[in-house]
Write a protein that binds this ligand. Structure first.
Ligand SMILES: Cc1cc2nc3c(=O)[nH]c(=O)nc-3n(C[C@H](O)[C@H](O)[C@H](O)COP(=O)(O)OP(=O)(O)OC[C@H]3O[C@@H](n4cnc5c(N)ncnc54)[C@H](O)[C@@H]3O)c2cc1C
Length: 279
């Protein structure tokens, strides 16, 4: 899985499946269910820490599901594998905008929906009308107010696969969207250019606080365990400075959490999803 995640760590998965369309996916999930094999749907692995023992069962990549279409009333429907920037650009071409804040978030709409990815105080689910899921082998559509969600959180059932999302956009001059996109990408180039593979912010920001400040206050900017390093550029980025293992990241993460708890009394919670088995 180190080849499929931005942290570039993680042992092998038993089966890496790339279904071509919804029918293919349904058939795959039916077979896995019959044989009691667990599965995990992923996007581009920008928020995924896979343990060194890898993943027993199947990983399902939604990379072939990348169609985006206008569905009227200022709405667009994006399949799970569509890249966030492509979705913003699609809206821009139609004179629609409002989700410029996802332009620079690496990954897919499926991953963004699952994580309620966001920036500048906004989350993608605030702009989502409905979500198509594969649940229990059946395709079902949920309105957003039928689902529970919050900061970097959407409550789904184990095994749910996000197939597509319908976003509500608003009329916006394409030039304004262009400025939003460029500003976001530039800000990220200057602030997030940590020079090593990462998964973005490793920890969620606790209510009213910035995780990076707490990590700084605990004196852990630049701390390392093996090849895992608290970035000297952005201390909420844990990066792979070369040859890191998942165990290095887990050890460093525990050290950061313990130090912040002791220094500030705040229990940090990982934003990255940690999956897989110990070796
Ligand atoms: C440099 C950098 C900057 C970042 N900046 C931000 C930021 O500003 N804001 C932010 O929120 N995040 C940020 N991230 C984290 C990451 O980009 C987001 O979480 C993104 O939404 C992950 O998308 P993905 O497609 O790679 O999902 P993955 O990492 O592949 O998956 C993330 C989770 O969603 C699940 N999942 C993915 N697709 C599906 C699906 N179709 N159905 C069901 N479950 C699914 C996976 O199982 C996993 O639990 C950053 C990451 C990096 C590397």
């Amino acid at each position: 899985m180190s080849r499929h995640t931005s942290l570039k760590v993680g042992g092998p998965v038993d089966l890496y499946a790339v279904p071509q369309d919804a029918e293919d996916l349904q058939m795959l999930v039916r077979q896995l269910t019959e044989q009691q094999i667990p599965w995990l749907a992923i996007g581009r692995g920008y928020n995924l820490l896979v343990r060194d023992g890898g993943i027993r069962g199947a990983v399902i990549s939604l990379e072939q599901f990348n169609r985006i279409e206008a569905v009227g009333d200022g709405r667009i429907r994006a399949e799970a594998g569509a890249e966030n920037l492509a979705v913003v650009r699609f809206g821009q071409q139609l004179g629609l905008g409002g989700v410029g804040f996802i332009s620079g978030i690496p990954g897919t709409i499926g991953g963004a929906i699952r994580m309620n990815a966001g920036a500048y105080g906004e989350g993608v689910l605030q702009h989502t009308v409905c979500i198509a899921l594969l649940r229990g082998g059946t395709v079902c559509e949920f309105c957003i107010d039928e689902l529970e969600y919050g900061y970097r959180r959407l409550d789904l059932l184990p095994g749910d696969v996000v197939l597509a999302a319908t976003l509500q956009l608003e009329p916006r001059d394409p030039a304004v969207t262009e400025t939003e996109i460029r500003n976001d990408l530039e800000l990220r180039r200057s602030k997030h250019n940590v020079g090593h593979p990462s998964a973005g912010s490793f920890f969620k920001n606790p209510a009213g606080q910035a995780a990076w400040r707490l990590i700084d206050a605990a004196g852990l900017r630049g701390a390392s365990e093996g090849g895992a390093l608290v970035s000297p550029v952005h201390s909420n980025f844990l990066v792979n400075s070369g040859n890191a293992t998942a165990a290095d990241f887990l050890m460093l993460s525990q050290r950061v959490k313990a130090a912040v708890l002791e220094q500030s009394g705040v229990a940090l919670e990982e934003e990255v999803r940690i999956v897989g088995e110990e070796p």
